[in-house]
Design a protein around this ligand. Structure first.
Ligand SMILES: [Zn+2]
Length: 57
């Protein structure tokens, strides 16, 4: 098999839980990349917050 993360050829000695990656490490790297993509979306300034809210006593 071929690991999509580290480009390494590996066989069925890899932990089954890590498939289709060669190791849990690569699986975690993939998960981290996915999360990175999700959370790196630009955060829009909250311009829909009513400005009056800031002037309430
Ligand atoms: Zn790998």
């Amino acid at each position: 098999m071929h690991c999509p993360i580290c480009d390494k050829e590996f066989d069925e000695n890899a932990p089954k839980a890590a498939l289709p990656f060669c190791s849990m490490r690569c699986k975690l790297i993939d998960a981290a990349r996915w999360l990175d993509e999700k959370y790196s979306l630009p955060i829009e300034p909250g311009d829909d917050v009513p400005s009056e809210a800031f002037y309430e006593p």
